[in-house]
Design a protein. Structure first.
Length: 320
């Protein structure tokens, strides 16, 4: 049964109308009407419409899906996949940044360090987590945790979902660019395997600061880019309303990233996007994480660094 609180995107209007009709028919069926066959017929039609729609999404439509408010976030993945998770707070220099969460736990019985952006799911939590836009102290916290993981031989998992690093005056005064650069360098320097997953938005240096990994995975309808479509539109045309045109030209989809060698694997989403079946999406992601770490299991620290370095040197040289 469709979730009555489900949020529909504009291009999903045909599916929304069919699912609304299904709800109406089910209400009639509950009152004693024998319309089971009709309900089943429209359910099949709605599912077919949803599957066809999501098989042919434009880059801009994928951008909207990647930003869907009901898409599973960092805390959803950690809550389902990581046991004994203990979050760590603070960068030991200025403050704690709740836009970027990190800590240690166990993934399928083995120790792991997890860092990632959390956007929040309600108005209160979105404000608390600054909509997933980390400040310098967030990246310095990530560096602290990655260095600790490296010291104790614990692999690192990054869960990436951010519109970018926070561009506020205070963040710039405290060295936002330097913090992002040091976080990127910390990823490259790790002697333990690291895996990154772009689950929604992977925008700008705010994303790559924790995405420079041995294996980079993306959910099927996630996006990954040096700049957001809105910002690109403002720079190229001095008109922020041309974001759709920018997105369609920027090569930001998971399929583009795989072809250019920027990522290593696309994780298929349920029909209608990850938000349609978050539990199934998280389970599939867990399997992909396990496989990625298993592929790196027998590498010594020097081999781990060499593999990661070569991966990024090869970007753009080998087109799929």
């Amino acid at each position: 049964m469709p979730d009555p609180m489900r949020s529909y995107l504009d291009f999903e209007k045909p599916v929304a109308e069919l699912e609304s009709k299904i709800d109406e028919l089910r209400a009639l069926a509950a009152s004693g009407s024998d319309i089971g066959d009709e309900v089943a017929r429209i359910e099949d039609k709605a599912q077919q419409a949803l599957t066809e729609l999501y098989a042919n999404l434009t880059p801009w439509q994928k951008t909207l899906v990647a930003r869907h408010p009901q898409r599973p976030h960092f805390t959803d993945f950690v809550g389902a996949l990581i046991t004994e998770f203990t979050p760590m707070a603070g960068d030991r220099k200025f403050a704690d940044d709740e836009a970027l969460i990190g800590g240690f736990g166990r993934f399928r019985g083995e120790s792991i360090c997890v860092v990632g952006q959390e956007k929040g799911a309600t108005t209160e939590s979105r404000i608390k987590h600054n909509f997933g836009m980390a400040r310098p102290e967030g990246y310095r916290k990530a560096v602290r945790l990655m260095e600790m993981a490296d010291r104790f031989g614990i692999p690192v998992l990054s869960i990436v979902d951010s519109a970018g690093a926070y561009p506020g005056i205070g963040a710039e005064e405290r060295g936002q660019a330097e913090a992002i650069a040091r976080s990127t360098d910390a990823c490259l320097s790790l002697g333990v395997p690291n895996v990154a997953i772009v689950t929604g938005e992977g925008m700008s240096g705010g994303a790559i600061a924790i995405t420079t990994a041995n294996r980079v995975l993306m959910l099927e309808h996630a996006i990954y880019s040096v700049i957001s479509p809105e910002a690109a539109s403002s720079i190229l045309w001095r008109d922020g309303t041309k974001a759709q045109e920018a997105a369609n030209s920027m090569k930001i989809t998971a399929q583009d990233m795989l072809r250019f060698g920027v990522i290593d694997q696309i994780i298929k989403e349920p029909a209608g996007g990850a938000h349609r079946d978050a539990a199934a999406m998280i389970a599939t992601t867990g399997d992909a994480i396990a496989q990625a770490f298993n592929d790196l299991r027998n590498l010594d620290p020097d081999a781990v660094r060499k593999q990661r370095r070569q991966k990024f040197l090869d970007i753009g040289r080998k087109l799929g």
